[in-house]
Write a protein that binds this ligand. Structure first.
Ligand code: CO
Length: 211
């Protein structure tokens, strides 16, 4: 497979270059990871977080899936969150969505492809919650706005999770925030949702999201 050969050749020259610049680099990072941020993003090939954040190796603990969903009934999401908070003690959690997201478009169109279509029901719940606003928008605008609202919903799913609530209760620093990546110009932007404590979160949205 030429692609793999090319990748391995690149990797070897990259490793040599890094070692030339910083001889102890791999020795240091091999000891342990201590990322500052848990990144929850879309699996889309164009939104690799290290690249768009310009971040050095070791900065992010990463969880990616179709349409950047944090689902409490998904063992994978929950395991990642628990490890990030309880073991790595990351002070930041970022949920990053993006415009032009295939998952968001598929959620709007009912692609019928299983199990992706089932997974995207979680985005449809978000759509239903904001249907009045979304239905007024044209197709592309609707998908982009849904991508933003989906990020917001996942931020809330994280904030109302016991793992984060317990961390806040014991005084651990955890800041949960939402970003959107615009694939058309390469820019990341904040969505104006950021929570550092149970009180902050409840003051904004706790009531709307309580059962
Ligand atoms: Co996507």
């Amino acid at each position: 497979m030429p692609f793999i050969k090319k990748m391995i050749a690149y990797n070897h020259s990259w490793a040599a270059e890094v070692t030339r610049d910083k001889p102890d680099f791999f020795k240091t990072i091999a000891r342990a990871q201590s990322p500052e941020t848990l990144w929850i993003g879309c699996s889309d090939a164009r939104v690799g977080p290290d690249k768009l954040g310009g971040l050095p190796m070791g900065s992010l603990f990463v969880h990616r899936n179709v349409a950047n969903i944090f689902a409490t009934n998904d063992l994978n999401s929950m395991a990642v969150l628990e490890y990030a908070i309880d073991v790595l003690k990351v002070p930041n959690i970022i949920v990053c969505g993006h415009y032009g997201c295939g998952g968001i478009h598929a959620a709007l169109e009912h692609s019928g492809i299983q199990p992706v279509d089932l997974w995207l029901d979680q985005v449809r719940f978000v759509f239903n919650r904001h249907a009045k606003e979304l239905k007024k928008l044209p197709k592309e605008g609707r998908a982009n706005r849904l991508a933003e609202l989906n990020v917001e919903a996942q931020v809330h799913n994280i904030c109302r999770n016991t793992i984060v609530r317990e961390a806040w209760k014991r005084g651990q620093d955890v800041c949960v925030t939402g970003l959107i990546f615009d694939i058309h110009d390469g820019h990341l932007k904040q969505l104006g949702i950021e929570f550092r404590s149970q009180e902050e979160w409840e003051a904004c949205y706790g009531e709307a999201f309580s059962d």
